[in-house]
Design a binder for this molecule. Structure first.
Ligand SMILES: [Zn+2]
Length: 450
């Protein structure tokens, strides 16, 4: 059958017209494609092509996991080799615009914490940005793992290994999308921006915060931002808000003495125990506002870590240290929480004749974006198409790097379809979801102007 090659200049809005000028469109004799059908077919090509890449998901996950990309705080050498591997994958599939935005870090042998800013031009300058972090957390109790955390194990649709879900599912779907565009010689409708960043698990000073301070101008207000680093098991949650974080260290000082004569000392452990319970009751009842966007809908105040005090049983400790993890709804300020905590602490000081010192270990403002943002409705359409579910906007207590983007006035949504095994032993990731996440991104990339 003969093929006609047509250049269809006259069609459609700018982007679509441009798509036709760029692509010499082969059309079988007697057939006719409207611009919309052409773009739909291009998406279908991507959609179907991604479905053939299960083997690639396994090989990428296996290679990425083996790099053991732990930050220096976790006893590792960082992300340099893993990031170079990702850069090679992208170079091999024809990506030319790869900018290295590394940050010096003398704690690792390479002296660098690597970041990549990758761009694949589309017909429109408007860019869909996807963010993946390359660092992972330590495996924790090795005996709790059914297999070697650094060697990917495949069982049915699931891959097991440290990092496969957090955040390699995102990294793999980003690479798959770039490779698939290349295989089919597709110039996407929107431009695609891929950011691979280090140091997410330990504060992002060498990762996204560094990227935003050194290359802020590449991120435009009307671009689309998705951070695939949290989500639900069926893909129906789009995170648009995060509670504020306030981590506190609380030191209670009394007087040490022999345990047989407690009247001679002032038991710091006893006083700090009373303080834990008083905080639990007072903070929850004082800050009891609820907001249904979040789960749980209220602020949380959780005593978590407790430092060792005396090593022996027959000594009353003169000092006791514990920590609290507070997650605050956006309308609750850290200042007000601290003020209430100091009032509670003053009562305990009087009652137990001890001294209480409160220091802030970490503080991060709550962050949110409007649920009416373009990226939310595009995600909803794409998720409905690929996963067949209605995704709703939610708020979480956890923190992602979306907060840094929102802080710059960029509407970043957090979405992925994940099992929720991040940081756990036997962390796992679905091969099908990895492919479907890439399809969701493809849907947004190819259909924004349709
Ligand atoms: Zn993560």
């Amino acid at each position: 059958m003969d093929c006609l090659t047509l250049e269809l200049r006259e069609y459609g809005r700018d982007a679509i017209g441009f798509a036709f000028r760029q692509t010499l469109l082969p059309i079988e004799k007697g057939m006719f494609q409207t611009p919309k059908e052409f773009l739909m077919n291009t998406f279908e090509t991507l959609f179907n092509g991604l479905g053939e890449r299960k083997g690639r998901v396994i090989s990428l996950q296996s290679a990425l996991t083996a790099f053991r990309a732990l930050g220096p705080e976790n006893g590792g050498q960082g992300e340099i080799e893993k990031t170079q591997y990702i850069a090679n994958c992208l170079t091999n599939c024809g990506v030319r615009d790869i900018v290295h935005l590394d940050k010096e870090d003398f704690r690792v042998e390479s002296k660098l914490r690597p970041n990549l800013l990758v761009r694949i031009p589309g017909h429109s300058k408007k860019t869909l940005w996807l963010f993946g972090h390359t660092d992972v957390v330590p495996p924790g109790d090795i005996n709790a793992w059914a297999s070697d955390p650094w060697q990917v194990r495949c069982d049915g649709d699931f891959l097991y290994g440290r990092g496969v879900e957090d955040n390699q599912q995102a990294i793999v779907s980003m690479i798959l999308l770039a490779e698939e565009l290349n295989i089919h010689h597709i110039t996407p409708d929107l431009s695609l921006g891929l950011v691979f960043m280090s140091d997410e698990e330990t504060g992002s000073a060498y990762g996204l915060r560094h990227i935003l301070s050194s290359a802020a101008s590449v991120f435009q207000k009307d671009d689309l931002y998705i951070v695939p680093d949290s989500g639900s098991a069926c893909g129906d949650e789009i995170e648009i808000a995060e509670k504020g974080q306030l981590w506190l260290k609380i030191r209670v000082t009394g007087v040490q003495c022999h345990a047989s004569t407690p009247q001679k000392g002032r038991n710091a452990f006893l006083a700090s125990s009373a303080l834990v319970l008083a905080c639990h009751e007072c903070l929850h009842s004082t800050f009891d506002t609820e907001e249904n966007l979040f789960s749980p809908p209220h602020s949380t105040f959780v005593p978590s870590r407790h430092d060792a005090n005396v090593p022996n049983i027959n000594t009353i400790p003169g000092e006791d240290v514990f920590y609290m993890d507070c997650r605050l709804l956006p309308q609750i300020t850290p200042e007000n929480v601290l003020k209430r905590l100091h009032e509670v602490a003053a009562d305990i000081e009087r009652q137990y004749d001890v001294h209480v010192n409160v220091t802030i270990v970490q503080e991060q403002q709550a962050s949110s974006m409007p649920s009416s943002s373009c990226v939310v409705s595009l995600l909803q359409d794409a998720v409905a198409h690929v996963y067949g579910v209605n995704a709703r906007p939610v708020g979480i207590g956890g923190a992602t790097v979306a907060a840094f983007l929102r802080d710059k006035g960029l509407s970043a949504a957090v979405w992925s379809c994940i099992e929720g095994s991040c940081h756990s032993p036997n962390e796992h990731s679905s091969i099908v979801s990895t492919i479907n996440d890439a399809r969701v991104f493809a849907h947004i990339l190819m259909q924004n102007h349709v």
